[in-house]
Design a protein around this ligand. Structure first.
Ligand code: COA
Length: 675
């Protein structure tokens, strides 16, 4: 029994050296008369987690993975994969070349390529439906979600689930299997079914959900090929589809986001502070959501409210959130009970004396926050971190309210905080590095995507949102209608259009923001009174008031004639002759507005990296992941073209549009944001 071990940390990706090593191991084991079977195992934390993502952007080098896999599958000595950790993408394709698969009980197996805008390119779509039911294969390939070892065994993907010594179990399994008839390699087996009605129904659901994404569509086509063409033809068709996707814009965008989320290897530079006991001040929607997120991540939480009644409401919302997590399967019954047991409530700040980190989520008012921070200063241990969840107040001023401003940081969550992935970690001038790094690591440990932001009104996300909305309001004046704008942006892939979103969150929030920014008096702001009149005159505040940019008779949003009349009135008063505005123009203006503000954020150092801006829009604002974020979009389109677009707009409206010098310089130098 030969054991071949892949050892390529951190995740045993199939880089060129690994592929070459596998070919060499194959030659050696084939040549060795003593070897009867080969166990393929991995060192370190995981089985092969896929192709080397870094190599995908470079010209491929031999040996190519499909050839390595064909060779292993064709070996005269059967191979058995011993899977621990994750067998993903090329890793699972490699395991499919083996005659059997033995998996550790905690292992996960999957073909997540669609989440990188790809499909499996080394036979995964062709072999999997020859091992498990085609409709299950389709779910794994087009959905991209890995399955656990036990489920994999039910599906027939895994032959044995092992407890304890995995390689030993795989060797023993092979010994036993050799005594029986050798199963045919998957290449020589027929698919386990046809493209029947169930398959077509699942395919139709996948296609309907794709909404402009190419990879799920190609995944469906590839599995259908596997069921209808012969093995070799299906393999060739899969490879063609894979290569086209790999070189296309969507996969490039998704790989950019994958790298951005991992932070380009950013690591804390020193030891971190503890974050085991978390205080949350304020039990409203935000506070309850933050408390829930902490409980879901195994933290102990002390929720503080100002009186018993408010506390009871806050505790009830946390319980409601946890119940929801139980229903959605995020938690099991034991986890739910344990989370509740880690939650306590109090109306006295003294209860925060044990807290390692306190997150303030009270009403957005500097005086209210000042009182809270003064109380926290007195009640908490001097080394505890104090965080504010403010979405626009000056975090430097909040920090100045405690004796040691070095322990104050911003943690800006997005509602619902136990669901939304984005957390802006706001860096006040006085914060100590270990406090900032701990806050960032803490957010990551909640399963969030933390993004660093400097201090300014709105931080990264809301500053861009404000300019995006302003640009859209100007388009309303020029000729578009809110539902046309929403349809255009949803067509681009945004989760919701900007007007539908405002109706959901309430128009008075942005209204208050415009007053705070005094937009009527600003030189760099072309003021359009539509949104203010919606609030001040029409009292259309959004869904909760029964009417906003849309009418809600019967609960469903419908275009509102009163809003159209208001827009026409504003245009008439301003002497603007409205004209038809198409979806492409709406989309380009929206993107230009986002990119312009994003470039300013980079210039000002509020955003540290272009990819951070992309993460903010994707994880907090419904920007389509497969478009890579606004700055990736700009780079893919070509910065000179984007500058040209902004210059063109500036000719007609110089107050709103002005290409930031950084953008102009990058365009002129022909460079991208990352270089
Ligand atoms: N190729 C190259 N590098 C990879 C990689 C791959 N397929 N998968 C992960 N890595 C790198 C990460 O970039 C990260 O590098 P860093 O430490 O320099 O930031 C490191 O491996 C650890 O990954 P991370 O995601 O932080 O660890 P994790 O334990 O949370 O998750 C995985 C591990 C394997 C589950 C996860 O990385 C993953 O899903 N990877 C992608 C798998 C995939 O899509 N494979 C198909 C490729 S076509």
């Amino acid at each position: 029994m030969a054991v071949v071990t892949v050892d390529n940390p951190p995740v045993n990706a199939l880089s060129q050296a690994v592929r070459a090593g596998l070919v060499a191991a194959l030659a050696e084991t084939e040549a060795d008369a003593d070897v009867r079977a080969v166990v393929l195992a991995c060192a370190g934390r995981t089985f092969v987690a896929g192709a080397d993502i870094a190599e995908l952007g470079r010209p491929p080098v031999e040996p190519h993975l499909p050839d390595v896999i064909l060779a292993i599958e064709g070996a005269t000595k059967p191979w058995v994969a011993a899977i621990h950790g994750s067998a993903l993408g090329g890793g699972l394709e490699l395991a499919l070349a083996c005659r059997w698969r033995v998996a550790d009980a905690a292992a996960r197996l999957g073909l997540p390529e669609v989440s990188l805008g790809l499909i499996p390119g080394a036979g995964g779509t062709v072999r999997l439906p020859r091992l498990i039911a085609p409709v299950e294969a389709l779910a794994m390939i087009a959905g991209g979600k890995p399955v656990g070892a036990l489920r994999a065994a039910e599906l027939g993907l895994v032959d044995e689930v092992a407890e304890g010594d995995l390689v030993g179990a795989a060797v023993a399994f092979a010994e036993g299997a050799l005594a029986r008839d050798l199963p045919a390699p998957l290449a020589a087996r027929p698919p386990l079914g046809e493209a029947d009605a169930d398959f077509e129904a699942a395919a139709a659901v996948t296609l309907a959900k794709a909404r402009g994404q190419a990879a799920p569509v190609e995944a469906v086509a590839a599995v259908r090929d596997a069921l209808t063409l012969d093995f070799t033809a299906a393999l060739a068709a899969e490879r063609r589809r894979f290569l086209a996707l790999r070189d296309g814009p969507q996969s490039k965008a998704l790989r950019h986001v994958f790298a951005a989320e991992r932070g380009g290897g950013r690591r804390p530079t020193g030891p971190l502070l503890p974050t085991d006991v978390i205080g949350v001040v304020g039990g409203g929607t935000m506070g309850a959501g933050i408390a829930t997120a902490c409980l879901l991540a195994g933290r102990e939480v002390v929720l503080v409210e100002r009186d018993d009644e408010a506390l009871a409401r806050g505790m009830a919302s946390v319980r409601g959130n946890l119940d929801g997590s139980l229903k959605r399967g995020v938690l099991d019954a034991a986890g739910h009970a344990a989370a509740l047991a880690r939650l306590t409530g109090a109306t006295d700040y003294a209860a925060l004396g044990r807290a390692d980190l306190v997150i303030e989520a009270v009403f957005e008012d500097l005086e209210v926050k000042a009182a809270v921070f003064a109380a926290l200063d007195a009640a908490t241990r001097p080394e505890a971190i104090l965080a504010t969840n403010t979405s626009y107040l000056d975090v430097d001023r909040i920090a100045a309210m405690v004796r040691d401003p070095g322990r104050v940081v911003g943690l800006h969550f997005f509602a619902p905080a136990h669901v939304m992935k984005l957390v802006e970690v706001v860096r006040p001038a006085a914060v100590r590095p270990e406090v900032f790094e701990t806050a960032t690591a803490f957010a990551r440990s909640l399963g969030k995507t933390p993004v660093e932001s400097g201090v300014c009104d709105g931080f990264i996300g809301n500053r861009i949102l404000t300019r995006y909305r302003q640009a859209m309001d100007i388009l309303l004046l020029e000729g578009a209608l809110p539902w046309e704008v929403d349809a255009a942006m949803e067509g681009f892939g945004m989760a919701m259009g900007p007007y539908a979103v405002q109706d959901l969150s309430g128009l008075e929030i942005a209204w208050a923001g415009r007053r705070r920014m005094d937009v009527r008096a600003r030189d760099d702001w072309r003021y359009v009174p539509i949104a203010d009149r919606m609030v001040e005159e029409a009292r259309r505040l959004g869904r909760k008031s029964g009417a906003g940019w849309y009418d809600y008779a019967g609960g469903r949003p419908a275009p509102a004639p009163a809003v159209e009349a208001l827009i026409l009135d504003v245009a008439a008063q301003a002497g603007v002759a409205r004209r038809p505005v198409g979806a492409a123009e709406i989309r380009d203006r929206a993107l230009a507005a986002m990119v312009q503000e994003a470039a300013r954020l980079l210039e000002e150092g509020i955003a540290a990296r272009a990819s951070d801006v992309d993460l903010v829009l994707i994880h907090g604002y419904g920007f389509p992941r497969w478009r890579g974020g606004p700055l990736h979009w700009a780079e893919a389109k070509g910065l000179p073209e984007v500058v040209g677009m902004i210059d063109g707009l500036a000719a007609g409206d110089p107050r709103t549009w002005q290409a930031p010098p950084l953008l102009r310089r990058f365009a002129a130098e022909g460079r991208g944001f990352a270089s």
